[in-house]
Every structure is written in C-alpha cells, then in structure tokens.
Design a protein around this ligand. Structure first.
Ligand code: PMP
Length: 451
C-alpha cells in the first residue's frame, strides 16, 4: 500500500485474510510499534512509512565476513608461528625449520641480494612460476612422470599449494582421507574449508593402507592426503610395498592422492623409498613440495607437480592471487643453476643427524619415567608420548614459563581431548641451546611427574 493509504478496519481485514481479529490487533500493534502505521483519532489507521528494503538495513558486516569460507577451526598456525615474536628468547623446539645456522650455511642471502639488484626481479613473471625456476625443478625432481615445466606450478610455500589443490578437488561438506596424526596446517586447512576428515591410523610402516578399502566402502573421499616420507609429526616412512598398494587402491576407486613430500631430502641416514609420484603409472598423484625445509621458509616457495591439465586448473586458481614473490623465484633459480642446493643439503643433513643424536641422548634417560619415542630416520621431529596421566598442555605452559617451547600433540589430531603427545623439533636450535633446552624440559618433566 502507498504511504498515506487508509487500512481497512480490523474486523473486515480479519475476514478478508481469514484470520482471527486478535491476530489483526496484534499485527497492528507491532506495526505501530515499528512506526510503519499510525492511527488517527476517529478515522482509522494509515500507512505511515514503507518497511526498509533489505539493502538499506544495517547489517553487522564483521560477523558476516567469516560466513562464506571459513568454518571454525583451531588457530594453530598462528599460535606456533608467533612464538618467537611473543617470546624472542625461548629455546624453540616448536618451529619446524633449519634455524639460523642453516640460513648462514646456505649462503642464500647472497643470492637474494643479487636478485634484488636485478631490475627484472621486481617485475611480474608467469603466474605459473618463473620459467627458469620451473625448468630447474623438473631437473631436480628427475623423474619421467614430470618431464616438462608445464607440469609445475610454483606456489607461495606448500601450504598454499595444498590450499589450491584442496579448493580444486573438494568442496565444503566433502570427505577427504588423511593419516592421523598429521601435519596440523593440513588439518586446519581442511577444517576451515568445511571438509569432513576421515582419519587413517599409522603404524611403524606409515599409513595403514590395509584399512583404506574398508573406509572407501563406506564413504567417497575426494582425495587422499599423505605425508608418506618422514611424516610430520611421527617421522615414519611408508614402505615401498605399501606405496604400491596405495597407488593401486587410488587407481581402483579413482581417488587422487595428494603427496606432500616436504621432508624427502632431509634423510639422516639412507635415501627414502621413491616418491608416490615416481611410482605413479596412472597419473593419480598430485605432488607437493617446498623449499621451506630444505632451504629457508622465508622464501615462501613451494611447488605442485602433476599432469598438465591439473596444473593448468591450478594455475587458473593461482592467478586469483597473482603469483609467488618474483624476487624469491629469481634468487632460487640462480641458486639451483649454480648447483648450490645439493651440497647445502649434504652439509645440513649431516648436521641434523648430529642434532638428532644429541637430542636423543637427552631423551633416552627419560624413558625410565615412562616417556617413549622412536628415533626418526629423517625429517625434523621427535614425536614423544608422555608418561601416563601427564597433561601435554600443562607441561607446555610450564616449559614456556621456564624458557622452552615445543608443540603439543593435540594439534596433530582430531579429537579435542587432551592427547599425551608432544613434538620436539631438533633442527631449529644449535647444540648448546638444545642441551640447555633439554635440561629445562627434563627438570619440568620431573616436577610435573611429582605433582
Ligand atoms: N607440509 C608439511 C608436511 C609441513 O610440515 C609443512 C610445514 N611445517 C608444510 C607443508 C608447509 O610448508 P610451507 O612453509 O612450504 O608452506
């Protein structure tokens, strides 16, 4: 009705609309309260104003801004990455990286400086990644399945790579399969995107591939995410036989595998089995790797390797956020062209092996109080189960106060309940600080055991 029109009397309206008079009386009083109609003495009620159109209604944009994409998930990434900002002096067994020494040893800063002097590195390059870097990556991988730079997309770290792959393959509400425990950044990502996570346990030989077919009979996951080599956090490696089994299952049911190979080159003893991608006869593996662990996380460079059509789709998605830092890509391309990566890895893995031995020497006596762990053959971590009844979060808080940080096991698991595990990274700190940190951890462990 236009503004100013006279409304029919209550009784007439009730008959017209087929409702009781009381309903009309209540409706009139609500409309009056909102100022939409007004009564004039002796002459009935008139339309006073039009209801506001939805576009003019004030909304709380802040509460709506997270509605579209992000589902509730714990903010573990921020919790861990901000540790050194908040506690600059903490002895850091939490961060999964090679620490300051590795950066110095790599001589990477010389390459970044040189790249910064090249005017071309300030401009844009292909969204898919600097062509020269992609060529170097094909050489580096050295497998027949990845024979052309078209099969590579450079990303801002493998976390972004995983984000792109997950967005491409699955939607909100879809199921995905992953080892449990698994890398907390992947859990946070899948949960935030509203995906249903189907966990598969691990044993000493990596993912329990024998349980997969039973899972696939009940649900239809969009992909299987796995860290088959020096798994984060357990350090375990999927055996060759299980790799073959996993690939066969993926082909049988038509479910792609997302292989996250961040730790492949960080073996402390012998080389690990071939990657799933290298064994992939059917093109079902989308491969993900990063320079964050091999070299330096601040470069923010990772890559995805797969069949050309998949890489084209990924590049279309990648385009939405333009491209990876050109400066980092130029620096890295030159680093690889000079053949600097292999000797760097040889040096740091020798050092990491020493670091692992040192940390293990400090952990060993703690077995007598009920602490347990496996000695990793590669990667960065000790995954430790705590003495019965001991609370990991409480231990962490006490250790943080005493000057040592590490990561709590619950971050790598789905269940909310307290999980009696912690993860210690042995590569971030040098020998002296590792010994000091371990002595603090030992003291706090004994105190907590006595409480
Ligand atoms: N995957 C795994 C298994 C990791 O451990 C990490 C880093 N902790 C990442 C991916 C992410 O690494 P990036 O810095 O390349 O994003």
């Amino acid at each position: 009705l236009p503004i100013g029109s006279l409304l029919p009397p209550e009784r007439k309206l009730a008959v017209q609309l087929g409702v009781s008079r009381n309903t009309i009386v209540r409706a009139f009083s609500e409309l009056e309260a909102e100022g939409l109609i007004a009564g004039k003495m002796g002459s009935g009620r008139y339309v006073e104003a039009l209801p506001p159109t939805p576009s003019l209604t004030r909304v709380d944009w802040r509460s709506q801004s997270t509605r579209s994409l992000l589902h509730p998930s714990p903010s573990h990434m921020e919790e861990i990455l901000s540790i050194t900002d908040k506690y600059p002096h903490t002895i850091n067994f939490a961060h999964g990286d090679g620490g300051k020494y590795t950066l110095v040893q790599s001589r990477l800063t010389e390459y970044v400086e040189a790249a910064a002097k090249r005017s071309s590195s300030y401009f844009f390059t292909s969204v898919q990644g600097l062509p020269e870097l992609r060529e170097r990556l094909v050489e580096w991988m050295g497998i027949p399945q990845i024979s052309s730079p078209d099969q590579i997309c450079v990303t801002s770290g493998s976390q972004e790579g995983l984000y792109l792959i997950a967005t491409l393959l699955a939607r909100q509400g879809d199921c995905i399969v992953t080892e449990m425990p698994t890398y907390f950044g992947s859990l946070q990502l899948f949960q935030s995107l509203g995906m249903q996570i189907i966990p598969v346990p691990l044993d000493q030989d990596g993912m329990r591939v024998d349980l997969l077919e039973g899972i696939l009979a009940r649900s239809r996951p969009r992909f299987i995410y796995t860290v088959p080599t020096f798994h984060n956090p357990t350090g375990r490696t999927l055996t060759l036989a299980r790799r073959r089994q996993l690939l066969a299952i993926s082909e049988k049911y038509g479910i792609p595998i997302v292989e996250d190979d961040a730790y492949r080159h960080l073996h402390l003893e012998h080389e690990p089995p071939p990657s799933l991608k290298q064994l992939d006869q059917w093109g079902n593996v989308i491969y993900l790797n990063t320079f964050s662990k091999m070299l330096f996380p601040g470069l923010r460079i990772g890559w995805i390797a797969g069949s050309s059509p998949i890489i084209q789709y990924i590049t279309r998605l990648r385009e939405l956020t333009i491209s990876t830092s050109t400066l980092s890509q130029f620096a890295l391309a030159k680093y690889m062209r000079d053949g600097a990566l292999r000797p760097h890895l040889d040096t740091v893995t020798r050092l990491y092996a020493e670091q692992a031995r040192l940390m293990e020497s400090q952990l060993r006596p703690l077995r007598s109080m009920g602490l347990d762990y496996e000695v990793p053959a590669g990667g960065f971590y000790f995954w430790i189960s705590l003495p019965e009844g001991m609370k990991a979060r409480q231990l962490m808080e006490r250790c943080m106060e005493a000057g040592v940080s590490f990561t709590c096991g619950d971050m790598f698991l789905l269940r909310e309940a307290e999980q009696p595990y912690i993860r210690l990274c042995f590569t971030h700190e040098g020998a002296e600080r590792t010994l000091h940190g371990m002595s603090i951890l030992t003291r706090v462990l004994y105190q907590q055991k006595e409480d």
